[in-house]
Each structure stands twice: as structure tokens, then as C-alpha cells.
Ligand binder design. Structure first.
Ligand code: AHN
Ligand code: ZN
Length: 332
């Protein structure tokens, strides 16, 4: 009798021990086959990506309601029409922190739009109207070129789009270039308004391009072109989509890029992925260059200055990020 009771207690402990904590762990970790899976992955052409970045900066700052912005939208639509199966330009008017009405364009290219299993890849394409972190105060109301802050992520995704046209992955992919990410209030104007950044992604998350749109997960690229960039694990990404962070950082480590994709937690950034997670509920991470030791205390050295220009873009960084994203999506 005693023996019986003991066995029961033992069983109960083993079962409870097995169940709760372990299951969570298993959900987070990819099965080993994900990384070892034989997959033909196209090889990312860094020079091509660099040209896509330069084509954007050559237009001038792509600040909403300017001519260069309109030209930027036309350029991105034209490129996606070359590569994607379907393209949609979502036009809207949104209200900025200063009550300006911005004419925005979210530009969306889909590959295999009929497939249920999908990954969302995104970046913002607009440029900030204010170089409000420039060391020279005279520049604080000048727009930035946004080579890294904006154009770099778009350049990487255009190159991925080009490769996917020739050799589509097994899953569906949506590429979204969000507008008006960077129209938040300048440093000198402390605004009490909430949610003044990421206006394009907020609009899309409330009005997705297809009714009931879902994706398994999302990856946002922001400032992915500086030399020796450091991508630490951004905290909203960890909160909403830890399994995606682990998948991407493990993939990067297997590819030998642990010097770029650093196994450390970084800051918490209110970027487009925040609204995708919060409003439409797609677990989305932000691959973003975080650097607490830079002069701005958060991001890459030339963030929101007149120095965020094409000469600071290192094709090798674009290649590392592109290679990681390609290896993830071609293994799904
Ligand atoms: C804020 O600092 C509120 N947002 C940063 C997100 C950002 C700005 N990404 C690029 N530029
Ligand atoms: Zn910015």
C-alpha cells in the first residue's frame, strides 16, 4: 500500500516536471533539422543591394509630401512590379504630431499570394524631415538622406525580391515598405502625443491590404547597412516574438555572423514592429543596429544626422543581413 502511494507521488512529480516548463522550452527551440535542412538558398548579391540603396538616396530625402517622396514611391512600386507576383500600393492620409496631413504610400509586394504559410518582411522607406541629432544645430530642421535609416533595409529587401523572382521559396512572402515611420516630433518639441512614429505601419496594421491578413511571423529591417553593425536582441522583439529572435540569431550564428548578430539583449525600440505586434498580432522582430556607446546613446553613430549618407553604407553588412534572412525563409 505504502509502495503504491509512493509510486503515485513519484509519477505525479515526474509528469508535472515534464509538462509545464519543458513544453515551453520545446516550443521556442527549432527542431535541429531546421538549421541543418538541405536547402538551396540563393546567394545574396551585395553590390546589387547597394545599388538599390543608392537609387533611393539619389532621389534626395524621401520626406512625405515632397517630390522626392513621390518619386521614391514610384521607384519602389516599379521595382516590386518587376519581381513580385502581386503589387499593391496602399495610399492614405494620416495626421502627423504637428497636425500636418501626410499623403502616405505603403508599398506591398506578394510572392505566392495563395499560400497559407507566410512570412512578412518589412522596412520603412521614408526619410526623417529633421536631422535633430546632428552635432550642428543649424541642421536640426533639415531632412536626412537616410541611407542607413530607411534605404538600407529597403535595399536588402529589393535584392531578396529579385532573387525570389528567379527561385521562389516554398512559402508565401509579403514584402511591405512602410511609409512615415520617421515623422516623429523633433527633439526640441516635446510632444505629449502618443504613437507619432510608425504612422504607415499603424495605418496598415488597422487596415491590412487583404481582409483578415495573417502571417506566421514578421521580420523588420532597420538600419542594416553601417560598417560593423551590431544587432542585439531588441526587447519588444523578445517580448512578442522570442521564438523568431532565437530562430534568426541561431541561423546567423550557424552562418558565422555572431559578430553582427550579438547574443545580448539591447534596448526597447518603438519601431514599426511594435504596431504589427500590438495591433494586428503578427509576431514580428526588429533587426536594428543598437549601440548604447554611440554619441546618440542608442543607435548607429550617424542616426538622425546629415551624415547618414551612402558613403557610410558597407555592402558587407547588407550581405550578412540578406544572407541570414534568405537562409531563414528558404528553410521554412
Ligand atoms: C524612436 O526613437 C521613438 N523610434 C526609433 C525608431 C526609428 C527611428 N527607426 C528609425 N528611425
Ligand atoms: Zn529614423
Amino acid at each position: 500500500m505504502k509502495y503504491f502511494a509512493l509510486t503515485f507521488v513519484f509519477l505525479a512529480i515526474t509528469l508535472s516536471g515534464c509538462n509545464t516548463p519543458k513544453k515551453n522550452n520545446e516550443q521556442k527551440k527549432e527542431e535541429p533539422s531546421f538549421y541543418e535542412r538541405q536547402a538551396v538558398v540563393p546567394s545574396f548579391n551585395a553590390d546589387s543591394a547597394f545599388r538599390y540603396v543608392k537609387a533611393q538616396t539619389d532621389l534626395g530625402p524621401r520626406v512625405p509630401n515632397t517630390k522626392a517622396h513621390k518619386k521614391g514611391a514610384e521607384y519602389l512600386e516599379k521595382k516590386l512590379r518587376q519581381f513580385a507576383d502581386t503589387v499593391l500600393v496602399q495610399e492614405a492620409k494620416v495626421r502627423a504630431y504637428n497636425n500636418d496631413i501626410l499623403n502616405i504610400y505603403n508599398i506591398i509586394g506578394s510572392f505566392h499570394p495563395e499560400k497559407k504559410k507566410r512570412v512578412l518582411l518589412c522596412a520603412h522607406w521614408d526619410s526623417r524631415p529633421y536631422a535633430d541629432h546632428d552635432p550642428n544645430e543649424d541642421n536640426h530642421w533639415e531632412p536626412i538622406s537616410g541611407a542607413n535609416d530607411g534605404a538600407s533595409g529597403v535595399g536588402v529587401l529589393l535584392e531578396i525580391a529579385r532573387l525570389m523572382k528567379d527561385m521562389p521559396p516554398d512559402i508565401g512572402i509579403d514584402i511591405i515598405f512602410f511609409d512615415a515611420e520617421d515623422y516623429g516630433p523633433p527633439q526640441s518639441k516635446q510632444s505629449s502625443k502618443q504613437d507619432t512614429w510608425g504612422l504607415g505601419s499603424q495605418y496598415w496594421a488597422r487596415n491590412p491590404h487583404r481582409f483578415g491578413y495573417k502571417a506566421n511571423y514578421g521580420i523588420l529591417l532597420d538600419m542594416v547597412g553601417a560598417e560593423n553593425a551590431r544587432f542585439t536582441k531588441e526587447r519588444f522583439s523578445m517580448y512578442y516574438a522570442e521564438h523568431v529572435v532565437e530562430k534568426v540569431w541561431t541561423m546567423a550564428s550557424k552562418l558565422g555572423y555572431s559578430n553582427y548578430f550579438i547574443d545580448e539583449e539591447g534596448g526597447m525600440i518603438n519601431d514599426d514592429h511594435y504596431y504589427i505586434n500590438q495591433i494586428i498580432g503578427i509576431p514580428t522582430i526588429d533587426i536594428i543596429h543598437l549601440d548604447p556607446n554611440s554619441s546618440n546613446g542608442s543607435f548607429f553613430e550617424h542616426w538622425h544626422t546629415k551624415e547618414d549618407t551612402i558613403d557610410k553604407i558597407d555592402p558587407e553588412t547588407l550581405r550578412v543581413v540578406g544572407d541570414v534572412v534568405l537562409n531563414v525563409i528558404y528553410r521554412e
